[in-house]
Ligand binder design. Sequence first.
Ligand SMILES: NC(=O)c1ccc[n+]([C@@H]2O[C@H](COP(=O)([O-])OP(=O)(O)OC[C@H]3O[C@@H](n4cnc5c(N)ncnc54)[C@H](OP(=O)(O)O)[C@@H]3O)[C@@H](O)[C@H]2O)c1
Length: 255
Amino acid sequence: MATALITGPTAGIGRAFADKLALEGYDLVLVARDEARLKEVATEITRLHGVGCEVLAADLTDPEQLAVVEERFRSGPIEVLVNNAGFGQKKPFWANPIELEEKQFDLLVRVVLRLTHAAVLPMIERGSGAVINVSSVAGFFQRGSYSAHKSWVTNFSAGLAIELHAKGVAVMALCPGFVHTEFHERMGMDKTIIPSFMWLDATELVDAAWKDLMQGKSISIPTWRYRLIVAASRYVPRGLIARVSTVGLDGRRRA
Ligand SMILES: NC(=O)c1ccc[n+]([C@@H]2O[C@H](COP(=O)([O-])OP(=O)(O)OC[C@H]3O[C@@H](n4cnc5c(N)ncnc54)[C@H](OP(=O)(O)O)[C@@H]3O)[C@@H](O)[C@H]2O)c1
């Protein structure tokens, strides 16, 4: 049976990916910090879907713990990598301690870079495999460090997708809009300031993303409304977007 490794599978989008990939018949390697919660999720997924679940408790922003996860790509074949773990911040860049900004940079950029590298080398040798990097529609806008990191994830993934296509390896950036997960609670955001029609369901998002991957897309923006927002943003002056918006695409209020 093929194996998929998912970062951040204990909640939200990562959990939806864990269920989807188990339904598709993959054994799973689950990576997050909270070991007790990882084990609960592993037990539940095995009970629900009958696939094997390995648990790797790691804070991916710690280089030594990240190295253990990278090693997992060498110790046994991983056919699908989902780089999903992430967090947002309520305050703007300049109001956060630089250590917190660095942690976010590490998780959203450095970890994606390193795990993608560890994953694709054996995939290229085998001539098959897929990497899904969870980015954000925020990456299409200029909204502080979070959107800059997500812009990097989308650009990096789309470029790599072109390079690796001929080698049988698929790479896709998934760019969600607002999704009901623990993301906004964890950053202390009041979710009621976002209109209800803007919210997506994690399971539906992941189903749409998986279809896009199967169709060979390198950038997946689930739902027409978010595709329209991204398309329209190309024709609206950047300064105007910055002036009229009071809330960031991942829910951060402008200072
Ligand atoms: N929700 C949205 O509206 C939205 C929109 C666009 C993009 N996204 C992106 O989607 C991805 C998933 O977000 P989500 O909304 O599903 O968030 P979530 O519900 O808060 O889940 C985050 C997951 O990441 C894990 N994680 C956090 N920090 C970690 C670390 N240092 N090392 C290892 N694992 C870590 C968490 O587990 P532990 O706490 O146990 O480590 C948890 O499993 C993120 O990359 C986010 O930027 C979210």
